[in-house]
Design a protein around this ligand. Structure first.
Ligand SMILES: NC(=O)c1ccc[n+]([C@@H]2O[C@H](COP(=O)([O-])OP(=O)(O)OC[C@H]3O[C@@H](n4cnc5c(N)ncnc54)[C@H](O)[C@@H]3O)[C@@H](O)[C@H]2O)c1
Length: 349
């Protein structure tokens, strides 16, 4: 049966303008699945800084390291899977009011290699989190969707939210869309206030390089080791690289903005950067003399240009990606140099 629920109230009136959006969570209990990952760990830090009373992190550490999480008294780490009912019961027993569902099998190549695990984690795992959130009567769920997935490769640029594609290239793209479809169901049928946040090539401190990870941490890893950076394709392909700090600002707003419930929102930079420019920047920053090497594009990699419209997120959330690309890459590099020993040890190639 559909159930009614109170509208979220933490956003009403809102925090004082000088306080960051994290202040809306002061004194609140928040669950972040996948909270030890790149985006999750930065979100957890922002929630802790904003004064959240309790931040529950449910993560199985399948693609993250415990040390990535801030050591903060409000943070409670539970090592477990979103597929495990007992682990879900344990975190929901603490009555989170807000749920950020970021746990996922990441990403395209991983899903091609492990399609069943992709379906389990990204499909069934998302369904379970939504069921628990509904039964717990949470104020808001924010689901981590992927703009690089749901728009396919033929959508006109800039990408706007009301277009999604059924011509997808990998199991990951399919299950990220599936997650959105479940979100729609829970919003429509149970009135669960869910926001679908669509990310685009997020980068920044907190992402440990690895075989299945994004290009920026991997380029930094190889550049530090003085290896040539492998460019798949011509190098003229573009991506909408988005600094994780900007994504976190958007996520915090998405958790409390009343108008966002039931909506899909691009959290992107709105700018295109070529992979060749990225490689040149990283080689210059790190002093890597090895240059680049060109390798064949992977068969599923059919997207040559990516650029999102952030107009809807600006309108509904006041979202403004503020970090220019060079600054974001430099901060990521600084995080690498400060944590190099642990990163080198935990990199999964
Ligand atoms: N980073 C990007 O460019 C990007 C782009 C689009 C969408 N997304 C989505 O955003 C979310 C976060 O991405 P990220 O870059 O921080 O990735 P990430 O891999 O760093 O974080 C995901 C976290 O989920 C955890 N996890 C995996 N399976 C789990 C399970 N069964 N139970 C509990 N935890 C599990 C991992 O250990 C990891 O800490 C993901 O849902 C991802 O699909 C990311």
């Amino acid at each position: 049966m559909p159930t009614d629920r109170a509208q979220p109230s933490a956003g009403r009136g809102g925090p004082p303008p000088e306080a960051g959006p994290g202040a809306a969570y002061a004194g609140r209990t928040v669950l972040v699945t996948g909270g030890a990952g790149c985006i999750g760990s930065n979100l957890v830090r922002a929630l802790a800084d904003g004064g959240a009373a309790r931040i529950l992190v449910l993560d199985d550490l399948s693609s993250a390291s415990r040390w990535n999480l801030p050591d903060h008294p409000a943070v409670r780490f539970v090592r477990g899977s979103v597929l495990d009912d007992e682990a879900l019961r344990a975190v929901f027993a603490e009555r989170p009011e807000y749920v950020y569902h970021l746990a996922a099998l990441f990403a395209n190549q991983n899903s091609v290699d492990h399609p069943e695990q992709d379906l389990r984690v990204n499909g069934l795992g998302t369904l379970k989190v939504l069921q628990f959130a509904h039964l717990a009567g949470v104020r808001r769920v924010v689901y981590a969707s992927s703009g690089c997935s749901v728009y396919g490769s033929r959508a006109p640029l800039p990408l706007v939210e009301d277009f999604v594609s059924l011509d997808l290239d990998t199991p990951y793209q399919i299950t990220k869309l599936l997650g959105e479809l479940y979100c729609n169901f829970f919003f429509r049928y149970y009135r669960l206030p869910v926001v679908r946040a669509r990310f685009f090539n997020v980068y920044g401190p907190g992402e440990i390089p690895g075989r299945y990870r994004n290009v920026i941490p991997n380029f930094l890893y190889w550049a530090i080791r003085k290896e040539p950076l492998p460019i798949t394709g011509t190098g003229e392909e573009t991506r909408d690289f988005t600094y994780v700090g900007d994504v976190v600002q958007g996520l915090l707003a998405a958790g409390v903005a009343e108008a966002a419930a039931g909506e899909a929102l691009n959290l992107a930079s709105g700018r295109e950067v070529t992979v060749a420019h990225l490689a040149g920047l990283i080689n210059e920053l790190t002093g890597n003399p090895a240059g680049v090497r060109y390798v064949e594009r992977r068969p599923w990699d059919t997207i040559t240009r990516r650029c999102a419209s952030v107009e809807k997120a600006r309108r509904l959330l006041g979202y403004r990606p503020a970090t220019d690309f060079e600054t974001g890459v430099r901060r990521t590099w600084e995080w690498f140099t400060a944590n190099w020993d642990r990163i080198a040890q935990d990199a999964r190639f």
